[in-house]
Design a protein around this ligand. Structure first.
Ligand code: FAD
Length: 282
């Protein structure tokens, strides 16, 4: 059987330990893509009232990839999220219930208004404690879409990084071959471990939780840590890119028209007339 050599970082050096793969998956709590978004009174955040919160869609591909690797090669999968208390529920439902072994919630008031770099600093510190062989993230969080946190975590940990990965396979005991779709083609990249990869849509088919999985998840370890426990303070995550305001798109002045008519033919005739005479599109 294929066997990974696990690296443990001590004093900046990598030590080979045992033949198991340890994977960290970074999972963000976001509003459901079907939620009706309202801006909160502060004008800078989303009003969480009545909004369903879920794991970000691309993170689900990352979780699935981690679970498939664990099933194939053995090892451990740890999910980490930085977010509000509600993220704990998401970690149980969308990670532990699916087969993730442990979860860590980084919860600290100083993170509530941080920027991507502050978020990445907290997540990188949480990853450092785990000494993983592989860190998987989504290519972007579906709410704020910065596509920044994965590469920033890689830079902070001085690890190689490949973004928008659609397929990954081990190529040796210390490297993966990954594929990424580019305009009109596909790139194949070999990346040595430990590494950070960001997952693209289509990487796999995320599984659903079984009843047994949901029951087991209740007993799995879920630790909550604050910045101090990670060796950080509020200053370390103070935002340098300040979110000034958040606005929903303006309501379209031109709401479109519904063409009336006795028959399909009459409606088509009216559509053609409008395209010619009013829109001057033909
Ligand atoms: C109240 C509030 C105030 C904010 N103020 C600011 C501000 O002043 N300046 C500013 O720049 N931004 C601000 N933000 C945005 C916030 O910092 C970003 O959501 C965060 O930095 C991550 O960026 P992103 O969501 O675009 O993630 P991306 O970079 O798109 O995320 C990519 C991937 O990284 C991982 N990831 C990202 N975030 C997390 C997380 N929290 N936990 C686990 N994994 C994660 C996931 O795998 C995700 O798929 C604010 C957000 C809120 C809710």
């Amino acid at each position: 059987m294929f066997c990974f050599c696990r690296r443990v970082w001590r004093a900046g050096r990598a030590y080979v330990e045992e033949g198991l793969l340890k994977i960290v998956v970074l999972v963000k709590l976001v509003p459901s893509s079907e939620a009706r978004i309202r801006i909160a009174a502060d004008g800078r955040s989303i009003d969480p009232a009545d909004v369903e919160l879920l794991a970000s869609a691309y993170d689900e591909y990352a979780v699935e990839a981690a679970l498939q690797l664990k099933e194939k090669f053995g090892g451990e999968v740890v999910a980490i999220s930085a977010g509000p208390d509600k993220a704990a529920e998401m970690l149980r439902k969308s990670c532990l219930a699916l087969g993730v072994d442990r979860a860590v919630l980084v919860r600290d008031p100083a993170l509530d208004r941080t920027d991507t770099l502050g978020t990445a600093r907290a997540l990188a510190a949480a990853c450092r404690r785990e000494t993983p062989d592989l860190i998987l993230c989504g290519k972007l969080a579906i709410d704020q879409e910065n596509a920044a946190v994965g590469p920033q975590v890689a830079a902070l940990l001085d690890l190689p990084h490949v973004s928008v990965v659609s397929n990954l396979e081990p190529s040796s005991e210390s490297a993966f071959v990954v594929h990424r779709e580019i305009e009109g083609g596909m790139e194949e990249i070999e990346v040595s471990l430990p590494a950070v990869l960001t997952a693209n849509k289509g990487m796999n088919e995320p599984r659903y939780a079984s009843l047994k999985g949901i029951m087991t998840a209740k007993k799995k370890p879920l630790d909550t840590v604050d910045l101090a426990a990670l060796g950080l303070d509020a200053q370390a995550v103070a935002p340098k890119a300040i979110l000034v305001s958040l606005k929903t798109p303006p309501v379209r002045a031109d709401q479109g028209i519904i063409i009336q008519g006795e028959s399909a033919a009459a409606k088509v005739a009216e559509l053609v007339r409008l395209l010619f005479e009013e829109a001057k599109a033909l």
